[in-house]
Design a protein around this ligand. Structure first.
Ligand SMILES: [Zn+2]
Length: 310
């Protein structure tokens, strides 16, 4: 290649690099959950380039002594976008970021928040999941998001908790609670007792199919759910789907899991093999988002989990 061409090419590459840092941020639809509690409801679908990995809910609580963000977001571009929205509401700095679990869209934005001086907190089992999964989640995110991956890097939480932890910022008390294993082994739910608001995380699904992974535990999930219900939350921000209440997410989450576990249990009692789990009639959830992508996977996951339990 001629020197002139090489110079033109490298200049173009440099421009591109500069441009990537200046990508316009996402204009997010911030909803008020309750006074001083806000959320951005993610797309009720899988992560795609179009939704930039905003397919879970990103929430924040404004206090007189700083902001607590729930979920770091899938990448630094989303984290920056969320921060720009927060700055329109308050001048308070972001002091804590809670990772609802160890999945990419809960924690890959950690680096951005850490650079803002925030302390990142997760449940201890979520940290273990990050240790085994964060690298793959990170590579997958980079492939999908291209230049939007920006300066995203893997940063693990600064602190973990086991059963619960209370954060006190000004007059606001915020409890981080682990109700037990569920969608993830280390789900962190965030409870604001004075307002009876629960930012539940992935233990609660609304308006989209539950996604089950090798580390999900549907048996424990139903037990953990009972612990969560004892709070008598009045307003619930689920991990996925719109702001709602306990009764509604119970239908979406417990309703589906109990039905599937009952049907799979019958199959196992009859000595059926896993392929027969695909014949379980799940069509009552046919209109729910990402049904087509997940119904088969869920049937086989629940079968494998319950078969091991027998
Ligand atoms: Zn999720």
């Amino acid at each position: 290649m001629k020197l002139k061409h090489w110079l033109t090419l490298s200049a173009a590459l440099m421009t591109q690099t500069v441009f990537a840092k200046d990508l316009p941020l996402m204009d997010m639809n911030v909803q008020t959950v309750a006074p001083n509690i806000y959320t951005v409801i993610g797309a009720k679908s899988n992560p795609t380039f179009e939704n930039k990995g905003l397919n879970n809910n990103l929430s924040f609580i404004v206090t007189s002594d700083g902001v607590v963000v729930v979920n770091a977001a899938d990448n630094n571009w989303l984290a920056r976008s969320l921060h720009a929205e927060i700055k329109q509401i308050t001048d308070q700095p972001v002091k804590y970021v809670i990772n609802e679990n160890g999945q990419g869209h809960a924690m890959l934005g950690n680096g951005y928040w850490k650079d803002q001086g925030a302390t990142i907190i997760a449940q201890e089992k979520a940290l273990a999941l990050m240790n085994s999964h964060a690298q793959a989640d990170f590579e997958g995110m980079k492939r999908m998001m291209g230049e939007y991956a920006m300066d995203t890097r893997i940063e693990l939480p600064d602190e973990t908790f086991a059963d619960s932890r209370t954060l006190k910022l000004g007059d606001t008390e915020i409890e981080l609670i682990w109700f037990g294993k569920a969608h993830s082994p280390g789900g962190a739910s965030v409870w604001i007792p004075s307002q009876k608001v629960l930012i539940a995380g992935d233990i609660a699904y609304h308006q989209r199919m539950i996604a089950l992974f090798s580390y999900s535990n549907t048996k424990e999930w139903l037990i953990s759910w009972e612990n969560m219900e004892k709070l008598n939350a009045e307003i619930v921000v689920p991990g996925h789907g719109d702001i709602t209440d306990m009764k509604t997410i119970r239908e979406f989450t417990v309703g589906y899991l109990s039905y599937m576990r009952e049907k799979v249990g019958e199959l196992i009692d009859d000595g059926a093999d896993m392929t027969e789990a695909y014949n379980i009639d799940q069509t009552q959830w046919k209109e729910v988002n990402v049904y087509d992508l997940l119904w088969r996977k869920n049937a086989s996951r629940i079968f494998m989990e319950m078969e091991m339990d027998f």
